[in-house]
Design a protein around this ligand. Structure first.
Ligand code: ATP
Length: 241
């Protein structure tokens, strides 16, 4: 479970995230949507413990990301927008290293084989990360997130750069993880994908939450019955002409 309460992240005087609160329960996929610069990546980086919040609290499975970092992070996996990988490890070594860090080596080999097969990285298992294509790096970053027992999963623009088969596999994987009880937060600009994949969305702009709910709830709240997520998103986020 992920609980974010009154999160503020300030870069000097600029508030990139401003009083953002939301909860994601086990078995939920939630989309974090917003125009460029809305504060999505900043919020995800705070949740993942990379950035220290200026104010507010973030609990992962009940553990505070700042005060109880190791316990909080043991349940968390983060797939960043730009993969951050160790170039001089092979694909296999990289996955093994992540499994070692999270103390999940006991089931490593079976899970590794499944993930390499699923993400079409089998042929590359003994190749250096430095030699992978952009999409392959993104797939490896996803595999690293899935190689340990996280039940809170964060994805920042996960489909970007992945081929159609990989993107389909990733969407199926996200649904599988949700059905196994994970709490999942996905930042994306792909509104069609968000509409199909997410149980609920949070729309942010200029660091603040504008709306949150299922498509039906957003349609109702904005008096736009029957409209698509894209139509509602644009109506909520585009400045009046
Ligand atoms: P996009 O959809 O373009 O990826 P985003 O919603 O993820 O955008 P962020 O990357 O979180 O937005 O940025 C939010 C705001 O914070 C932007 O105005 C950005 O310029 C600013 N910002 C981000 N990182 C820093 C930083 N290190 N120092 C100062 N300002 C920053």
């Amino acid at each position: 479970m992920l609980q974010v309460s009154r999160l503020v992240k300030q870069y000097k005087k600029f508030r990139a995230v401003d009083d953002l609160s939301f909860t994601i329960s086990p078995g939920e996929i939630v989309g974090l949507l917003g125009p460029n610069g809305a504060g999505k990546t900043t919020a995800l980086r705070c949740v993942s413990g990379i950035l220290k919040p200026t104010e507010g609290s973030i609990l992962i499975n009940g553990y505070d990301v700042v005060l109880d970092q190791a316990k909080a992070k043991s349940g968390l996996a983060f797939v960043p927008e730009v993969p951050s990988l160790y170039e001089l490890l092979t694909v296999d070594e990289h996955l093994r290293f992540v499994a070692m860090c999270f103390d999940t080596l006991d089931r490593y080999e079976e899970l590794r084989d499944t993930l390499l097969e699923r993400y079409d990285l089998n042929e590359k298992r003994n190749h250096l990360v430095a030699t992978l294509s952009k999409g392959m790096r993104q797939k490896l970053s996803v595999a690293c997130a899935l190689i340990h027992n996280a039940n809170v999963l964060l994805f920042d623009e996960p489909m970007i750069g992945i081929d159609p088969a990989g993107a389909k596999e990733l969407k199926d994987e996200i649904v599988r993880q949700r059905d196994n009880g994970s709490a999942i937060l996905i930042s994306t600009h792909l509104l069609d994908t968000a509409e199909k994949l997410c149980d609920r969305v949070i729309i942010v702009a200029k660091g603040r939450k504008l709306a949150e709910g299922t498509l039906e709830q957003l349609q109702h709240l904005s008096n736009r019955e029957g409209q698509s997520l894209e139509q509602i998103f644009l109506a909520l986020t585009e400045p009046e002409a």
